[in-house]
Write a protein that binds this ligand. Structure first.
Ligand code: NDP
Ligand code: 8X3
Length: 275
């Protein structure tokens, strides 16, 4: 397995993020977990959601050692509309609604031709990547509109720009994320609310393990022989997008590893011994 080079020193409190409240869905692993670290390092308070509460609790304890920020964790499945509404109602009643919503929770299941695809896999992807994002946004956005401030950042993918063979339903879900980002921006014209999408290429996370249902070898093969993006790379970009001055609305950020220029062009040059 190759690892990305380490990052520069932890950034300091950020003028636009210090004291802001940031909600991250899917914060128990990968990009969402790194977002928690990136925002806490910039002085933001956190609301972290995922189904694996034990992981969120450990992350909260780790981040508390490093940063003096408020961190709330919730066991929540974004597909559970009633649960989402209940959680947001609770945040509203406690006066801790987020200034920034990072819709990151998502997954891919399988890599099959459409005519052989599993309907259960399709439902899981669409329910999580599209409907989960909609439930979260529908619950939180009215509060942002009421305050006339806020930022929704959706984690899309290059899969939402270019369709690749057997990506079919995952591609469709990420095309939907891009369309919804554009739609929200149009609907929010005249407000101060910003909507962005951050669309990465290959990032080494648990994503492929989930896609291939725990087949470690197949998952590791995805990242073999080149340097993929790290989840910290993507989190830094998300934090940059969120930290832009209020009059700057970064609609879309597409980011590939330098070794990848398209879903079809991946330069694998490292040998096994180079790692
Ligand atoms: P990981 O599998 O490492 O992390 C996914 C996170 O989403 C986990 O924290 C998981 O938490 C959470 N999650 C999944 N389903 C649900 C659910 N129903 N309710 C709540 N949380 C959920 O993957 P990544 O970090 O790579 O993926 C994050 C996002 O980035 C996804 O939207 C993915 O599509 C996108 N992306 C990933 C790329 C990659 O190459 N890795 C490239 C481009 C985009 P838990 O299981 O605890 O609920
Ligand atoms: C995840 C990246 O290329 O597997 O969205 O679709 S890819």
């Amino acid at each position: 397995m190759t690892t990305a080079p380490s990052h520069p020193p932890t950034p300091a409190a950020h003028p636009h993020l210090e004291g802001a409240r940031v909600l991250v869905t899917g914060a128990s692993a990968g990009i969402g977990r790194s977002c928690a670290g990136a925002f806490a390092a910039r002085g933001a308070h956190l609301i972290l959601l995922a189904r694996r509460l034990d992981r969120l609790q450990t992350l909260r304890d780790e981040l508390h050692q490093l940063h003096d920020v408020d961190i709330r964790v919730f066991d929540l499945d974004v597909r559970d509309r009633t649960g989402v509404e209940g959680m947001v109602g609770r945040l509203a009643s406690e006066g801790v609604l987020p200034d920034v919503l990072v819709n990151n929770a998502g997954l891919s299941r399988g890599l099959d031709p459409l005519h052989e695809g599993s309907i259960q896999d399709w439902e899981e992807m669409l329910d999580t990547n599209v409907k989960g994002l909609l439930y979260m946004t529908r619950a939180i956005l009215p509060h942002m509109v009421e305050r006339d401030s806020g930022h929704v950042i959706n984690v899309g993918s290059i899969a939402g720009h270019i369709v690749y063979p057997r990506g079919n339903v995952y591609n469709a879900s990420k095309f939907a994320v891009r369309a919804l980002t554009e739609g929200m921006n149009l609907d929010l014209a005249g407000t101060r609310i910003r909507v962005s999408t951050v669309d990465p290429g290959l990032v080494e996370t648990e994503f492929s393990r989930v896609r291939f249902r725990g087949d470690e070898e197949r998952a590791e093969d995805v990242y073999r022989g080149y340097t993929p993006l790290s989840p910290d790379d993507v989190a830094d970009i998300i934090a940059y997008v969120a930290g832009a001055p209020p009059h700057v609305n970064i609609f879309q950020t597409v980011v590939y590893p330098t070794d990848q220029r398209s879903p079809y062009v991946l330069h694998r040059s490292h040998t096994e011994s180079e790692g």
